[in-house]
Design a protein around this ligand. Structure first.
Ligand code: UFG
Length: 322
């Protein structure tokens, strides 16, 4: 049945794709975004848009009676979180606590929260199940984990039906919605910037990891599949329960494999140079998403690396022409 939903961060990468999918599924969507990192022209068609801080807006907006909130709005740069932790504790934790309080006050029944693989830190087992110990190695991951704990308490005490989705490496694009960060740190968009000529070469951060080719391995998940998991999470949410699901494909690709896929898709040489490891980067991060498959009935459809890169490349070229 159609739901009346608030999407915070709906002008950002993952938030805009999810909001677009929610509209296509027939839901009534209000996007709240302060445009600090999002883009006004990324707000999907067919939504109501309110520019402002997620917590500030929620405190009054939720009195209108909503079926749920999807909370994407966040600070998400690992390096920045180490240099300016206050920005992350305030921007992520404080904002989320105020949002939870507003939801409690106005009786908003459902929450879907964007958590992260960074809550696990350096994993002991691979692929990583939700039962793996958490131990974030950076402030960004610590703030997301703190919010997960707060959500668990609110679900228990106040009956909230909550889901945290722990994203692995989100990539690709959906229609006119894709990744366009002012400060780009993610591998695939950086490699594609070499293909468009906006960058001379890509740096490979570390070639001495205990992996088959020595470069770090990640689990790349298409943003379209990620969005579908959010729709399923809304449907499966249960009063008083907080469920946590890892979202990844269960397959890892090395930095070199990603660069090769980008070469194949773009037809560009893409010069690469080996550089030192980036501090805090685990060698291998691969998800076990068995729980999402079993409980949500989630089946990722866009798991082919070249396919993921092709969609990102189409989006990049589309933006270059615009
Ligand atoms: N990398 C390079 N060169 C670059 C950029 C990245 O070699 O120019 C490497 C990184 O060192 C890493 C891999 O490519 O091994 C992927 O890096 P990304 O920055 O694309 O993604 P991360 O795996 O670092 O980040 C992801 C999520 C974050 C989350 C983090 C937790 O995007 O939100 O996992 O470790 F915090």
């Amino acid at each position: 049945a159609p739901m009346k939903l608030v999407v915070t961060g709906g002008a950002g990468y993952v938030g805009s794709v999810c909001a677009a999918r929610l509209v296509e599924a027939g839901h009534d969507v209000t996007v709240v975004d302060d445009l600090s990192t999002g883009h006004a022209d990324a707000v999907p068609d067919g939504v109501r848009f309110i520019q402002g801080d997620a917590a500030d807006v929620a405190e009054t907006l939720l009195s209108q009676g909503f079926d749920g909130v999807l909370h994407f709005a966040a600070k998400s740069l690992v390096g920045e979180s180490m240099q300016d932790p206050g920005l992350y504790w305030r921007g992520n934790v404080l904002t989320s606590l105020r949002l939870l309080e507003a939801m409690r006050k106005h009786g908003t029944p459902r929450l879907v929260f964007s958590s992260t693989a960074a809550t696990y830190g350096e994993p002991e087992v691979s692929p990583i199940p939700e039962t793996a110990p958490t131990g974030p190695t950076n402030t960004y991951g610590a703030t997301k984990l703190a919010i997960d704990y707060a959500i668990t308490s609110y679900a228990r005490a106040h009956g909230l039906a909550a889901t945290s989705l722990r994203y692995f490496n989100v990539a690709g694009a959906y229609g006119r919605y894709g990744e366009r960060h002012a400060t780009e740190t993610h591998l695939i968009p950086i490699v594609l910037q070499v293909a468009t000529g906006d960058r001379d070469r890509v740096q490979i951060f570390g070639e001495d990891y205990p992996t088959p080719d020595g470069t770090a391995v990640r689990d790349y998940i298409h943003v379209h599949d990620l969005a579908d998991a959010h729709l399923l999470a809304l449907e499966h949410a249960t009063e008083g329960r907080h469920e946590i699901y890892n979202l990844g494909n269960g397959t890892g690709f090395s930095v070199r494999e990603v660069i090769d896929a980008c070469r194949a898709v773009t037809g560009h040489d893409i010069p690469a140079a080996v550089a030192p490891r980036r501090s805090g980067d685990p060698a291998v991060l691969v998800a076990s998403a068995e729980k999402a498959r079993a409980e949500l009935g989630w089946t990722p459809q866009h798991t082919d690396l070249q396919g993921i890169v092709s969609d990102a490349w189409r989006f990049t070229q589309q933006r270059a022409r615009a």
